[in-house]
Ligand binder design. Structure first.
Ligand code: BG6
Length: 495
């Protein structure tokens, strides 16, 4: 074990718990949720009594379940764990079948949980959100929700403002807002949290963090993968609901928000809410110029011929977008007139996520050559390699007058920090256990995000804007397809 994370200031708030994962044999549970609990335990953070209960809809086959899970427990960030450590965790794992939510189906779960009246029960809903209401209702009927219970909700929470509100109404029949954790795993990423430190622990940046000094902000999450095995989910969501509604809007909030009074859940969430409320809605008039949506066709991805989106999902009429670019504005004093460009797509040339802060040009060029002075840029690379770069003009050494070029000042996370980086889910699950809601969305935030998203969906609908097609394994919709007004989409983001 490389890193021993001991956060004693929070340790005293840890209480023994049972975590019940609905959709416990699903991909997310096997790949992320269960390994996250295991790795936090090994790092010494869960030094308390607990059990993990995975709810499955089919008869549980313990051997087959473990065979799927173990590879994700064994290796994390190149570190390999021993069989002994894994066995200890597997002993805490209980599989319970509950085909659909009903008091009869929850008999075994109830019997198990009632053996530990002193533990807090954490219910993790890793199922489609249509099941959230029925599960909640059944837990309540079975008397399994009390003051210390918590519920974790996976995205997507509905597919519109109305459906998201309806889900919330069902959840709040049993849980109060302070017991609800709406998870967005982007907020658990180390580099995303570093954004807060970068902004609020460095006087240098915060001074320049406004429309007077910043020309534009770009937020890009490009993926080289396609829709994998999630065709039916993805085809109902598309890139806008799958990525922009949550991950990219949350990143935008962290870039644009005012400094909170303190790093406390409601202080941070109040500031993020103000940003979401200040987002300029898209309209029928602006939608064509300020958004692009695309769908991938066949192409070569990482050297391999891959199918088109329509072939991947085997539904040849689908109009679902797999790429979105949106230019928007945060209409407040700090950000007046500064475009925020959000871009995300599947089957792009490579996987990378980054935030680029483009500073304005210097006011006057004093150098005799009058050669162009490139604007400063702060590049925050979130993945796959985590680093921060400040692009600045530098003199080229030697005689011949002032010649200069842009050079990057680099902070490479991996060089500076040798510890294993905890996965996003590790941080977030520990926060649930210790009751810290800072990195989770509050209901009013979610509503504000949906309200803005609906300005996009309704304008797309009323304008009948079509998808543009782009080849898999490329940078997405290219100059050949886009018109002049749309050049911001391609000109500003390719490395
Ligand atoms: C999920 C989306 O929330 O985030 C996926 O549903 C996407 O479609 C994934 O692939 C990206 O997460 P990450 O952490 O790999 O960037």
């Amino acid at each position: 074990m490389k890193a021993q994370i001991k956060n004693n200031s929070h340790q005293e708030r840890f209480q023994p718990f049972n975590i019940v994962v609905f959709g416990g044999d699903g991909d997310l549970s096997i790949r992320k949720i269960l390994p996250a609990i295991f790795h936090r335990d090994l790092d010494g953070q869960l030094n308390i009594a607990y059990n993990v209960i995975a709810i499955t809809r089919k008869d549980p086959d313990l051997k087959a379940f473990q065979a799927r899970l173990i590879p994700f427990l064994e290796v994390s960030d190149h570190h390999k764990y021993s069989r002994n450590e894994i066995e200890k965790f597997l002993n805490k794992l209980v599989l319970i079948k509950a085909e659909s939510p009903s008091p009869e189906a929850y008999t075994e779960l109830k019997a198990f949980l009632e053996k530990f009246p002193e533990r807090q029960n954490i219910y993790y809903y890793s199922t489609p959100s249509s099941a959230f209401g029925p599960i909640t209702q059944t837990l309540k009927t079975c008397g399994l929700v009390n003051k210390s219970s918590k519920v974790v909700l996976e995205k997507p929470l509905g597919h519109s403002l109305a459906s998201s509100n309806a889900i919330n109404a069902e959840i709040t029949l049993a849980f109060e807002e302070h017991q609800i954790y709406r998870i967005d795993h982007y907020l658990g990423k180390e580099t995303v949290q570093n954004l807060m430190v970068l902004r609020f622990a460095n006087n240098l940046f915060e001074r320049a963090w406004n429309a007077e000094n910043i020309e534009s902000v770009q937020i890009t999450v490009a993926e080289s993968l396609g829709v994998e095995k999630r065709a039916s989910y993805y085809d109902q969501s598309g890139a806008l609901l799958d990525m922009i509604q949550n991950h990219l809007l949350q990143l935008l909030c962290l870039v644009a928000m005012e400094p909170p009074v303190a790093l406390e859940a409601d202080e941070v969430r109040n500031e993020k809410l103000k940003v979401l409320k200040a987002l300029r809605p898209l309209t029928k008039k602006t939608i064509e110029q300020d958004t692009v949506k695309g769908q991938y066709t066949r192409g070569i991805s990482n050297g391999v011929q891959v199918n088109s989106y329509l072939e991947d999902i085997e539904k040849y009429e689908s109009k679902t977008e797999t790429f979105v670019a949106i230019k928007t504005y945060v209409d407040n004093w700090r950000w007046k007139g500064v475009p925020f460009m959000l871009r995300t797509g599947k089957r792009m040339i490579k996987r990378y996520s980054e935030i680029v802060i483009n500073f304005r040009e210097v006011k006057h060029n004093i150098f005799p050559s009058k050669e162009k002075l490139n604007n400063n840029k702060l590049i925050i690379r979130l993945q796959p390699e985590e680093r921060i770069e400040l692009i600045q003009m530098t003199k080229i050494p030697g005689p011949g007058g002032y010649r200069y070029k842009p050079i990057a000042l680099k902070l490479d996370y991996n060089d500076s920090f040798k510890e294993r980086f905890p996965e996003a889910y590790e941080r977030l699950i520990v926060d649930v256990i210790r009751g810290n809601q800072t990195l989770f969305m509050r209901q009013d935030e979610l509503q504000a995000a949906w309200t803005w998203i609906e300005s996009v969906t309704s304008s797309w609908k009323s304008s009948g804007m079509p998808n543009v097609l782009y080849e898999a394994g490329t940078w997405g919709p290219g100059d050949d397809i886009l018109n002049e007004n749309e050049s911001w989409i391609t000109k500003t983001w390719r490395e």
